[in-house]
Structure formats: structure tokens, C-alpha cells
Design a protein. Sequence first.
Lengths: 110, 112
Amino acid sequence: QKEVEQDPGPLSVPEGAIVSLNCTYSNSAFQYFMWYRQYSRKGPELLMYTYSSGNKEDGRFTAQVDKSSKYISLFIRDSQPSDSATYLCAIQTSGSRLTFGEGTQLTVNP
Amino acid sequence: DTEVTQTPKHLVMGMTNKKSLKCEQHMGHRAMYWYKQKAKKPPELMFVYSYEKLSINESVPSRFSPECPNSSLLNLHLHALQPEDSALYLCAGGRGGSERAFFGQGTRLTVV
């Protein structure tokens, strides 16, 4: 079983839609969870960082962690064409090691 | 603006060449990372330096040789690469106990 699993999509939504992106993980000991956004041919950009269960909001973005289900989510409200990118979940799996999900490619259509 | 700067942005090299990728950060990150990313795949960890000492080496072939001259600089020396080594090479810095990583824009390497 992979440590981190993410549906690669692709996901295509109309402008203004609410987007839900999800990852599952295998080890209940994992504590630190991140979401990155990566535009084509660029480095990943840290969007959200959480270390406990519950919700964290930043503008149109909400990160949610459910440790009982080992499930993390990123919600994007009022999605914009500029949100079109690949979204990667990442989890600190041991020491200084970050393990990434496969990434979900999102397209927001005007 | 990125807190981590990588040079060069693009590099084309032959299989017999020796080249180096450079990474610089001035944010006091205590950990620095090299990742390799192939098209439509997530970043794969190659090396981690913690307090300027190599702490993780993910069984990377010896044709890749990392170096951390000081707390702000990280190099990746390349020698006798293969075409399948063509990829985006990403440097990242981490801070805090959680080691969330901040990435540079990467060097797009093509081996011919």
C-alpha cells in the first residue's frame, strides 16, 4: 500500500465551481500535511499547511484533515481559470522526508 | 518571489559532460533537499541535508553527487548522465520542526 494516495484526475470544472481535492494516507502517526500547487514547468508552491485535525482556511482555500479516516482535502471556492494547475498533497512521513501524492491536474474553464 | 533560487533554469548536457546545479536560500532553512520530477509525476526525493550534513540519500546513482558548502548553498554535481536522467530538478528548503518545504523554480535538465 502506498503511504499517500491521490486521484490524478484530470478534473475539469466551470469557473465559479467549488473544487474538492483529496488524498488518503496509510499511517495514523503522520502529523504534518501540506498542499502544493504546481503550474506547468514551475516548482511546487506551498498553498496550505496543517498539523491537526479540523479545517484551516486561507482566502478561497480550505484544508481539511480527518485523522480518524486518514483523509485530507483541499477545497477551492469560486474557482478561477488561474487556479488551473496540478495540486499535490504532501505528508511528512518520517524525519525530514516529505512524501507526495500523484497530483491532481485541475482545469477551470471560463 | 521564491525564497529558494536555482540556477541555471535550463541545462542541456551530453552524456560525457560534467555540470553542476546550484541552489541558494537566505531564509535560515535548516534542511535542504534535492528532488527529481519527471513529466506528470510527483517530485521524488533524492537527498536531504540537515544542518549541512547529508541525512538522507535515496539510493541515488553515483553520477549524482550532492554538496552543501554552507547553510545557504546546495549543489548537485552531475557526471556521465543518461538520457533517462532528463527531468526537472528541484531544490527545496525546510524550516521548523515540521519541515514544510519551500521549493525553487527548478532546473530543467536535458541529457542528449
